[in-house]
Design a protein around this ligand. Structure first.
Ligand code: FAD
Ligand code: NAP
Length: 536
């Protein structure tokens, strides 16, 4: 049995969140902090999701750290929306630049984290049997880091090669001359399909639910653009902080219903041509609140699919159904997605009307036909928000596990803290703006708040912080009330846990927007961390 390693802070995960948290606590507060990371390198999402076509869909100069002006001035992005390899290089650069790697243990999976009430410390065990004792436990394990691989009859019988998009091999996959099947048509598959289609012999796309998408409109970062961004970076970052989703869209109008049909069409067209989330978060404010307004944008996006797909029957299959609202599932962005279905080597298989029956040695059978392929890809998403936390065996006071406490859905205060789990802080946890905010900025907001709270405790020799139950209950009610003002809870989405059989159906994001949330958490800190009980 190895010796217990004593640290002030134990952080799990070396994505955006773990890297910045380590920098803040180790370098600014001189705490003894360590990061444990399952992967062989830094990057988190960008380490694991190496599937063809993977890239961000918030512009890279915005989807990046803002905490160091030197960092943002010295780094150059080659494209507006960088690909996975470039984002990974950026995070490698961050780790080198701030000398973070010496305090990260790679290839180290945390198996359990148990709060010891006597010691008032967390005891954290790794898969290899190492034990750490820490005053503060910070699972920075990501909201989209636990793959969802659905159970399908006969799954083990397949004789070809199988891949999961979020566990893609580091040396890539050679699709040349291969027949490929891909299950899923979410944001991941929508990026991967056009790229794989260009390389493989034949691609079968198994679609259960068609998605609304809009074009990414990627392109090279020109020298002129870069100069302008860098000259005005602080203003841009301020604008991001003041916008609902952490991306300033200055053309957004209040109501789709207030404009005439012609004005509306012209406005949607302009937002569509601007790319990224311009249609979703930058066209009209009421499309996420009012079904009639939502229908106008849904109709616009369906008309775009019909324009781009040559075969009308195929176009209808790719169109989300009338009753499907737009944007209350995370909106994917696409590059040549619909054009891929005009290719001779791409076949769309509708598994809604004829579901998959079983996977076979050679491929799969649906209720209507058999498909043979050499490679099977699961682009089936994530057990979002709670998946990686639950897999870590987190146990708080009185031996109660996080799974038990969250059996009916996540319970947090501000998405940062959980009653019964003292000195544990989550980053972009459920019931915070999280995945509905530009995530590096959401992460910075949380890490800054956590670091300030720890500083406050250390300055006053406080050993333990725990949120009280009434404040946690109050926050849960508030997040629900805010969500119920929007259309979001109407979707069968991973925001709602609806993609995982048996998972409670609750909306897991605080959807009042980043600025409102920042005011709440700042006020709470300014009021002496209202809702927290501190003990010495
Ligand atoms: P992650 O990057 O997920 O890192 C968590 C780390 O924790 C992982 O490295 C994992 O290995 C580690 N870990 C988990 N459990 C354990 C354990 N038990 N032991 C040890 N280590 C563990 N967001 C945006 O805002 N804009 C985008 O354009 C965008 N694009 C995305 C594209 C893809 C393909 C995906 C999947 C997500 C995207 N996201 C995007 C969301 C993205 O997850 C976040 O932006 C961000 O990268 C999350 O960083 P993180 O550090 O919180 O978590
Ligand atoms: P996802 O949106 O959850 O999509 C999963 C897909 O798999 C859906 O089409 C789903 O169909 C299908 N599926 C799941 N289980 C299935 C089953 N048993 N049988 C048949 N089909 C099944 O997952 P994702 O595409 O990985 O995206 C998740 C999130 O990651 C995104 O929403 C986004 O936040 C992030 N992401 C971002 C980018 C980016 O552009 N920056 C790229 C990739 C991912 P149903 O819809 O019918 O359930």
């Amino acid at each position: 049995m190895s010796k217990v390693k004593e640290v002030d802070v134990l952080i799990v995960g070396a994505g955006f969140a773990g890297l910045y948290m380590l920098h803040l606590l180790r370098d600014k507060q001189k705490l003894n902090a360590v990061v444990l990371e399952h992967a062989g390198g830094v990057g988190g999402t960008w380490y694991w999701n190496r599937y063809p076509g993977a890239r961000c869909d918030i512009a890279s100069h915005e989807y990046s750290f803002s905490f160091s002006d030197e960092l943002q001035q010295e780094w150059s992005w080659s494209e507006k929306y960088a690909g996975q390899a470039e984002i990974l290089r950026y995070l490698e650069h961050v780790a080198e630049r701030f000398n973070l790697k010496p305090d990260i243990e790679f290839n180290t999976k945390v198996q359990s984290a148990v709060f010891d009430e006597g010691l008032k410390r967390w005891s954290i065990k790794t898969e290899a049997g190492e034990v750490y004792s820490a005053q503060y436990f910070i699972p920075a394990v990501g909201t989209l880091s636990s793959a969802n691989i659905p159970f399908i009859q006969g799954q083990n019988d397949f004789k070809g090669d199988e891949y999961v998009t979020s566990r893609w091999p580091t040396n890539g996959v050679d699709f040349r001359g291969k027949k490929v099947g891909i299950i899923g048509t979410g944001a991941t598959a929508i990026q991967a399909i056009p790229v794989i289609a260009e390389e493989c012999e034949q691609l079968f796309v198994f679609q259960r639910t068609a998605n609304y998408t809009s074009p990414l409109c990627n392109g090279p970062m020109t020298e002129k653009n870069e100069r302008e961004i860098k000259a005005n970076y602080q203003q841009l970052r301020d604008d991001e902080q003041e916008s609902f989703g952490g991306m300033p869209y200055k053309q957004q109008r209040p109501s789709a219903l207030a404009d005439s049909p012609d004005e509306r069409e012209a406005h949607y067209q302009k937002r569509w041509e601007a790319g990224g989330f311009n249609v979703w978060l930058g066209s009209y404010e009421d499309i996420l609140f009012n079904e009639e307004a939502n229908k106008t944008v849904a109709d616009f996006l369906r008309s775009k699919i019909r324009e781009r797909v040559n075969d009308p029957k195929l176009a209808e299959l790719l169109c989300p159904e009338e009753e499907q609202l737009f944007g209350i599932k995370r909106q994917p962005c696409e590059t040549n997605y619909y054009e891929a279905f005009n290719r001779d080597n791409v076949t769309l298989v509708d598994i809604k009307s004829a579901p998959i029956k079983e996977i076979t040695a050679e491929g799969l059978n649906t209720a209507e036909g058999s498909y043979e392929f050499d490679i099977l890809i699961y682009a089936t998403g994530f057990d979002a928000f709670t998946g990686s936390l639950f897999k870590m065996g987190i146990t708080g006071r009185n031996g109660r596990t996080l799974q038990e406490y969250w059996a009916d859905g996540p319970r947090t205060y501000l998405g940062l803290s959980v009653h019964g789990f003292p000195n544990m802080f989550t980053i972009t946890g459920p019931q915070s703006p999280s995945v509905l905010f530009n995530m590096p900025l959401a992460i910075e907001m949380h890490c800054d708040w956590i670091a300030d709270c720890i500083k406050h405790m250390n300055a006053q020799n406080l050993l333990e912080a725990e949120v009280d139950l009434p404040h946690e209950d109050g926050w849960i009610d508030h997040t629900r009330e805010v969500a119920d003002m929007t259309l979001f809870p109407k979707a069968k989405s991973w925001y709602m846990g609806a993609n995982i059989p048996g998972k409670p159906r609750v909306f897991m994001v605080y959807v009042a927007g980043g600025p409102a949330y920042k005011k709440v958490i700042t006020d709470i800190a300014d009021n002496g961390y209202e809702g927290f009980k501190f003990t010495q």
